[in-house]
Design a protein around this ligand. Structure first.
Ligand SMILES: [Cu+2]
Length: 146
């Protein structure tokens, strides 16, 4: 091994450690959940919003050309929502404005992320993966009431 190879290895290792510590910092210090990919199974049959507990909801969202089902989700302020996201056709995006949520809706897989909505208001959901001719109109809403 010459000195350039050692430098490249050390540089790669330090870049990887920066990424690794950035994930740890966001997970623990800023409490940002890293999304989880779970296998698609029979538990996701219908696109619905279920109330699991007081201020805890589960939203089963199916993305399809060019909308989300359900397209509008209404929860009270202070709610925690588990989003289970999949796609019925091609790869779509799922970004909730003002929240650190940036998911891909992948056919045959379910992505799970948990989001807490403290502030009342309307949070737009946009598709940020190009998915065809109607992509620019693909939007949804999370309405947080008082
Ligand atoms: Cu799209």
């Amino acid at each position: 091994m010459n000195k350039y190879e050692i430098r490249v290895i050390l540089l790669s290792a330090s870049v990887l450690s920066v990424f690794f510590f950035a994930i740890l910092y966001n997970t623990f210090a800023r409490k940002i959940d890293v999304p989880v990919c779970i296998p698609y199974n029979a538990s996701f049959r219908k696109s619905i919003v279920k109330q699991v507990d007081n201020l805890h909801y589960e939203a089963y969202v199916k993305a399809k050309m060019w909308s989300y089902d359900p397209g509008e989700i209404t929860v009270p302020a202070g709610s925690t929502v588990d989003f289970y996201l999949t796609s019925a056709d091609v790869v779509h995006g799922f970004h909730i404005e003002r929240k650190a949520v940036n998911l891909m809706a992948v056919p045959g897989a379910v992505n799970l992320v948990t989001v807490r909505f403290e502030e009342p208001g309307t949070y737009r959901v946009v598709c940020h993966e190009y998915c065809g001719a109607g992509h620019q109109n693909m939007m949804g809403k999370v309405i947080v009431t008082r």
